[in-house]
Design a protein around this ligand. Structure first.
Ligand code: ADP
Ligand code: MG
Length: 639
């Protein structure tokens, strides 16, 4: 019988396919099983309206058989089968999908068929040197045999088959130096591949497996009897069929969710929260997501790979699809299953996929709402979450020039100096006294030190609360947020070490102005002495008991300078905040300075200026510029 040629383009396509679409040879099995499952779906669908279908629901199955000697693998289904014409058009034309046609013809029905692209079948040629398809269509007496060894064409001959369905026999390629095809006729690797990609195919995928068992001990066995074993075969169902995420939440126990999570995502702890989501409409998908209870050891490193497992109608496409999660939710684990995605889609294509974008947006909202609910209803749990991943959310609010701040700002927590616990920005705002102008915060490496800052006391004494921010990202985050609250009631964030805090009364302001005028010469002299170190020396309105402090002007605060300088590679960069040395005119030290100046001792005045400046640096947690000189200066004073 003459060989029929594949349609011209098909030849090229076939080559391309075999060599490039799939990176993983093992997925051929996923493709053939998915086709078998589709074929069964079609027959089952038909049985709903056609009483001549006698296969009962329990009898549907996909059978795998391996023969190690012959090096073959067979995939059999008792689905709808194919007529001669269908064999010719579905398997003779690449990129022709009978399943897609079927879907189109039955648009009103809720059919969940996997195939629609028309290339999956050919993936068999990645591992097989010859593919034989024997098929008998439901309702037909005839059976046909389609056979091909790849790009050079196929033959179609009549044959016999007792029952409807399709058998696909693969003769595996010879092993090469780099490729081991034998694995595809070995039971255990077939079991692995099925588990990995097709665990949730809804029909049983079965295989006769070779097993051994002990023979019963004969009654007359003597003392030295040794147990004997026999091998036998047993039909085993390899897949678990119903995915957890397709079952409704009240059908599944917490224990089941926890086990699934631990096994699937290799965590030794239970998740903090389980999120399920089913949607219909613009983005049809089922999702089962988990909020982990602790930071993975590599979370804040480059090695950490974010992503959710992506399934198309229960068949795994990708283990970690990064495009499903924005960076700020990169800690989420879980599974997304959609029937709108095509199986044979590559990573590059996925990124462009419109459907995927819809799913991503819908998931983002869902995750936000769930975190918000956790924050409102179970604060203790939320704080555990916050401890593990809060930093990531703050980075999220800060990143992309604050583009995501509306989404994230209500999820943020900060430590309140007044309440001595973590609070939300809304909670801070709620408790603000009428006359308070700003949301005050102090940034540095330890909350204890921050709480003791002279300015911190000043704010607290006024009855205002203060957020103590001890993570490097905090101030950057708050600066990008700029303010918080509803439009006209929004309050600006204010670092207590920068600029005008809006705390002083009119009288205090006047007094400060007066003091500046009265001591102009002293300030000029100090400024001269500290040239290049501070931008300004002035009278402070924020000091009560302390003689000095440092504050900053402009967008870069002292704390931000510290953070930036500590970043790798920043050593040579000029990141200096504009510092202001503030003096307390009511402190005895101030009088000492005045006297020194009056006595005309310029050197001594310069030494004092330096001492005060370094003390102010210490209070801010900045290193002393020249510790040796500083110590000598202190000793000189003591003598
Ligand atoms: P897709 O599954 O994306 O449609 P495939 O290349 O995997 O593309 O399969 C092509 C077509 O061949 C299918 O749409 C289906 O009509 C038919 N087909 C493949 N395998 C079977 C099978 N086991 N039983 C019945 N029809 C099949
Ligand atoms: Mg297919």
């Amino acid at each position: 019988m003459a060989k029929k040629q594949f349609k011209a383009e098909s030849k090229k396509l076939l080559d391309l396919m075999i060599n490039s679409i799939y990176t993983n040879k093992e997925i051929f099995l996923r493709e053939l099983i998915s086709n078998a499952s589709d074929a069964i779906d079609k027959l089952y669908f038909r049985s709903l309206t056609d009483s001549s279908v006698t296969t009962s629901k329990e009898d549907y199955r996909i059978l795998l058989s391996v023969d190690r000697e012959a090096r073959t693998l067979m995939i059999s289904d008792n689905g709808i089968g194919m007529t001669k014409e269908e064999l010719e058009s579905n398997l003779g034309t690449i990129a022709k999908s009978g399943s897609l046609d079927f879907k189109k013809e039955n648009t009103n029905e809720n059919i969940d068929i996997i195939g629609q692209f028309g290339v999956g079948f050919y993936s068999a040629f990645m591992v097989a040197s010859r593919v034989t398809v024997i098929s008998r269509a439901f309702g037909s007496e005839e059976a046909w045999k389609w056979e091909s060894s790849g790009a050079d064409g196929y033959t179609l001959t009549p044959t016999e088959k007792e029952t409807p369905g399709t058998d696909i026999l693969l003769v595996l390629k010879e092993n090469t130096d780099t490729e081991n095809y034998d694995q595809f006729c070995q039971e255990y690797s077939i079991v692995d591949i099925v588990k990995k990609y097709s665990d949730y195919v809804r029909y049983p995928i079965q295989m006769y497996r070779e097993k051994t068992r002990a023979l019963p001990r004969p009654e007359d066995a003597g003392e030295d009897y040794q147990t004997e074993y026999e091998t036998y075969t047993e039909l085993e169902t390899l897949n678990s069929m119903v995915p957890l995420w397709k079952r409704s939440k009240d059908e599944v126990t917490e224990e089941e969710y926890n086990q699934f999570y631990q096994k699937q995502f290799m965590d030794y702890q239970n998740p903090l929260r389980v999120i399920t989501s089913r949607t219909e409409g613009t983005a049809t998908y089922n999702a089962l997501l988990f909020v982990p209870a602790h930071t993975p050891y590599d979370f804040y490193t480059k090695e950490y790979e974010k992503g959710l497992a992506l399934y198309a109608s229960g068949v795994l496409i990708m283990e970690k699809c990064a495009d499903l999660l924005p960076d700020y939710f990169s800690f989420m684990k879980g599974v997304v299953d959609s029937q709108d995605l095509s199986l044979n889609i590559s990573r590059e294509m996925l990124q462009q996929d419109h459907q995927l974008k819809l799913i991503r947006n819908s998931l983002e909202k869902k995750i936000k709402n769930e975190l918000n609910a956790m924050k409102n209803n179970d604060r203790e749990k939320y704080e555990t979450f916050w401890k593990a991943f809060g930093r990531q959310l703050k980075f999220g609010a800060y990143s992309d020039y604050g583009m995501h701040k509306d989404l994230l700002q209500d999820l943020l927590l900060f430590y309140s100096a007044k309440e001595q616990k973590l609070v939300t920005l809304a909670e801070y705002l709620e408790k603000m006294p009428e006359d308070q102008k700003y949301i005050y915060f102090a940034a540095g490496d330890s909350t204890e030190r921050l709480a003791k800052l002279p300015t911190a006391q000043l704010v607290l004494d006024k009855g205002y609360d203060l957020l103590l921010c001890n993570e490097d990202v905090d101030e950057f985050c708050l600066q990008i947020l700029r303010n918080y609250g509803e439009k006209d009631k929004a309050k600006e964030f204010k670092n207590i070490n920068s600029g005008d805090l809006g705390l002083e009364t009119e009288e205090e302001k006047k007094a400060a102005e007066q003091a500046s005028q009265d001591n102009k010469e002293l300030f000029d002299a100090l400024k001269e002495a500290l040239k290049g170190k501070v931008k300004e020396v002035k009278v402070s309105t924020r000091l009560k008991e302390h003689p000095v402090c440092l504050s900053s002007e402009g967008p870069l605060s002292i704390e931000m300078e510290k953070v930036l300088k500590s970043m790798p590679g920043a050593e040579n960069q000029a990141v200096e905040s504009d510092k202001v040395l503030e003096l307390n005119p009511n402190h005895p030290v101030f009088q000492v300075m005045k006297d020194t100046q009056a006595a005309g001792d310029t050197q001594k005045l310069a030494d004092y200026a330096d001492l005060l400046y370094n003390q102010a640096r210490l209070i801010e947690g900045l290193p002393i510029e020249d510790p040796v000189a500083y110590t000598l200066a202190v000793c000189k004073l003591m003598k």
